[in-house]
Design a protein. Structure first.
Ligand code: ZN
Length: 274
């Protein structure tokens, strides 16, 4: 299923795969001038191709290598001749592949392996250049695209909500917090998210998110100082594990959010004076 929505100069392609008549997970990509930012999930690639044919695209640039952001890259290049750009650290997983869990395979499908070109500091579009800002945390290769003149920010999975507390097994939310601060300091007006939400008052929302994560990080540190392990900290802070843990076969949980901060604390203590 694919829906097209317009937000001023931005066209959103919102996609999801139907499972028993229901879309469980949406993903979005965005057209800004002749550039497409992100390329949806592999199972949505043919639908996306049909939607963007004739839309005047010259290139597709992705925020990171995850399967729900790169799905149509190879098809768009083959059929429409688009240039495919990705963060330098994403080139290897795009060309050689990466592991998917059964739930990811079911919801998004396997991406076609493909070569891409490394993004530079700016993404060229016929509506002016976008800054390519490194925002590691969700994954090491993550970037955000910013159009400073209009205050538009295409943030991929660098921001999900103002109150995050779940993380992937490979996510470093302590690093993600630093990326959120970098992004907030650019003072964006509108954020376009990888899941499809469009956030107005973006700088304010980023500030709320940063306050929330800093508060949780402080609590985690305090509980770790008392000798609690990650599981006990989850219990003390949230009372239970996230339902996503079971739905994603252990791929996402509160515990991985907590672990990013206890890992950093342990590393800082290890590096400090004895
Ligand atoms: Zn992602």
């Amino acid at each position: 299923m694919l829906k097209v929505r317009r937000f001023g100069p931005v066209t959103q392609y919102l996609m999801g795969v139907l499972h028993v008549g229901q879309v469980y997970y949406w993903c979005a990509c965005y057209q800004f001038g002749d550039a497409l930012i992100d390329a949806g999930a592999p199972l949505c690639a043919a639908e996306l191709l049909a939607a963007v044919e004739g839309a005047g695209l010259a290139r597709v640039a992705v925020t990171h290598h995850h399967e729900d952001h790169i799905g149509a890259n190879a098809l768009l290049r083959r059929r429409l001749g688009l240039e495919v750009l990705a963060p330098a650290a994403a080139l290897k997983p795009l060309a050689q592949g990466f592991a998917l869990r059964p739930y990811q395979e079911m919801v998004w499908g396997w991406p076609e392996l493909h070569a891409a070109q490394a993004l530079g500091p700016e993404l060229t579009t016929n509506h002016g250049p976008l800054e390519v800002l490194a925002t590691p945390g969700h994954c090491p290769d993550h970037v955000v695209f910013l159009h400073h003149e209009s205050g538009l920010a295409f943030v991929g999975d660098a921001f999900f909500s103002t109150t995050p507390k779940t993380a992937r097994i490979d996510e470093d939310f302590a690093q993600g917090l630093e990326s959120l601060r970098l992004l907030r300091d650019r003072r964006p007006k509108t954020m376009f998210l990888g899941l499809g939400q469009v956030v107005e008052n973006a700088t304010e929302a980023l500030g709320q998110c940063i306050d929330h994560v800093e508060r949780l990080a402080g609590e985690i540190e305090r509980l770790a100082d008392q000798g609690l392990d990650d599981g006990q900290i989850v219990e003390a802070l949230f009372g239970r594990e996230s339902s996503l843990r079971q739905l994603t076969d252990g791929h996402m949980s509160y515990r991985y959010f907590v672990a990013a901060f206890t890992r950093r604390r342990a590393a800082e203590k290890g590096a400090g004076p004895a």
